[in-house]
Design a protein around this ligand. Structure first.
Ligand code: PLP
Length: 476
């Protein structure tokens, strides 16, 4: 039995809560982010963990943080979540050229978000069954989050999900992944406006505390602690695999990032003792995070549309968690930084010539670099990268030059590099076609099937009151 784990806020303004409360809270009530009060050291059990399958490893990692859930319930949750929904398994590792790729898109919607959102849906259901409550999830999406969130809660009895997307402005594949789900608890709303309008509606309704309470409004966005926690597991699983193949004592891990959610989970795993030497942070042209880690300056810019739309983000919602640790777990100092950022659009920390943090190397990939990475990787190895993964591939290439000469790459003598792959290329066929000159490569039977199903969504004006009435009518 582990010591009870409690959760606090990065801004220091909440009483410690347990895991279930942290999951239901989403954003901390003081406006900060929920974090565990301590990070367990697991180095003494890594050898035991190496032998576990994915569901059992998930159980071992998560139970350190979920001490208010009985072990048998958590074990069952992990078995159910990481079973047949992931084919052939949640986190396979494949060798591609001189690198390893961690494929995180074997879940129902073919992006890495399934790994956390399948777990979050099951956790919500478990917690609501205990409390006898209901939950109405309200979300806004420009792409992958919506379908993964819907897939995570479809058919769950105590949950309704209302997902806003900008009408006519999400890709047909991404729209169909949401709107062809037939379950009665899924409500797709196409808002006549932009993604920003959708987000504004969500903030207006969630900011109305009376409405929020009366209708038990919940969120599934990437600040939810359970999402970060579920993502830690695959860092352990994948690094064990690479070590088993190479005998290396540690691995460099490259992560394409937008909201700093995926890479934050890797950062926690490393702090716990996962044998990760360096994390390589890769962005697209929206490079606020890459600039921060190189210069210490975190400054908001214009959002650019890129080939990797899930990373078209300027303000990374999970960054605050990292910054809290970076400033020595000092909530007052963290608050000063976040207030400065809210006022001026920028904040700054000291940086050495090599960057802000010796553990995190950072780079940004341009449109041409992404296209070239997809094209070259396919030519040389036959492996097809999606544009998000290609951002990582390109940045890893620029930071970890592959040694010249056949067989002398970094899989052999040096430290191996593992690139985290966040989506199946069939979700982004246009980018693949542009990169390779072929439109027959990026295919997946699940995507092909979408065309046969009927779509279900309602179009509403860009008006928070109309959306509010819609929710009230649906929920009754
Ligand atoms: C959401 C997403 C990302 C970015 O993940 P963060 O946790 O926001 O860093 C990258 N790639 C794909 C395909 C995604 O859906």
């Amino acid at each position: 039995m582990s010591d009870p784990m409690r959760y606090i806020s990065t801004r220091g303004g909440i009483e410690p809560v347990d895991f279930k409360q942290a999951v239901m809270m989403g954003l901390a009530d003081d406006g900060g982010l929920v974090i565990p009060e301590r990070i367990p050291d697991v180095r003494d059990r890594l050898d035991h963990w190496r032998g576990l399958d994915y569901p059992d490893l998930a159980f071992e990692v998560m139970r350190l943080f979920t001490t208010d859930l009985p072990d048998d319930e958590l074990r069952e949750l992990c078995r159910r979540t990481y079973g047949p929904a992931f084919e052939p398994e949640p986190a396979p590792v494949v060798r591609v050229g001189d690198r390893y790729i961690l494929e995180l898109w074997h879940g129902p919607t073919l992006s890495f978000k399934d790994i956390a959102l399948q777990m979050l849906g099951n956790l919500f259901e478990r917690i609501l069954a205990d409390s006898g409550g209901r939950l109405n999830i309200l979300g806004a999406t420009s792409g992958d989050t919506g379908s993964a969130a819907i897939a995570g809660v479809r058919g769950h009895e105590r949950i309704d999900i209302f997902m806003l997307h900008p009408h006519g402005r999400v890709s047909p594949i991404q729209r169909r992944q949401m709107t062809t789900v037939p379950d009665d608890n899924v409500h797709n709303i196409a808002v006549e406006g932009s993604f920003d309008n959708c987000q504004q509606i969500m903030k207006t309704l969630a900011g109305d505390l009376d409405f929020k309470r009366r209708y038990s409004l919940g969120a599934v966005n990437s600040v939810n602690w359970a999402r970060v926690l579920a993502q830690m597991v695959y860092y352990f699983a994948a690094v064990f695999r690479v070590q088993a193949e190479t005998g290396a004592s540690s691995v460099r891990v490259c992560v394409p990032t937008g909201n700093f959610g995926n890479i934050l989970a890797g950062w926690y795993a490393r702090r716990m003792g996962a044998p990760i030497s360096t994390l390589i942070l890769a962005t697209n042209d929206n490079d606020i995070l890459a600039r921060f880690f190189r210069t210490g300056k975190y400054a908001r810019g214009q959002v650019h549309q890129t080939l990797a739309p899930a990373m078209d983000i300027q303000v990374a919602s999970n960054f605050e968690r990292y910054l809290y640790y970076h400033v020595g777990e000092d909530s007052a100092e963290l608050r000063r930084h976040m207030e400065r950022f809210a006022e001026t659009g920028s904040l700054e920390v000291p940086a050495a010539p090599g960057g802000v943090d010796p553990v995190i190397e950072a780079g940004a990939a341009t449109r041409d670099e992404v296209l070239s990475a997809i094209g070259r990787c396919h030519d040389q190895t036959g492996y097809l990268l999606d544009p998000h993964t290609a951002c990582g591939w390109a940045v890893a290439e620029s930071l970890v030059p592959v040694a010249a000469g056949a067989g002398a790459g970094d899989c052999g003598a040096g430290e191996p590099t593992l690139c985290v792959s966040t989506a199946h290329p069939a979700k982004f066929p246009e980018a693949v076609a542009e990169a390779t000159g072929r439109d027959d490569l990026a295919r997946h039977p699940e995507i092909d099937k979408l065309a046969d199903f009927e779509e279900k969504f309602d179009v509403l004006p860009d008006d928070a009151e109309r959306v509010r009435r819609y929710i009230v009518e649906m929920v009754g």
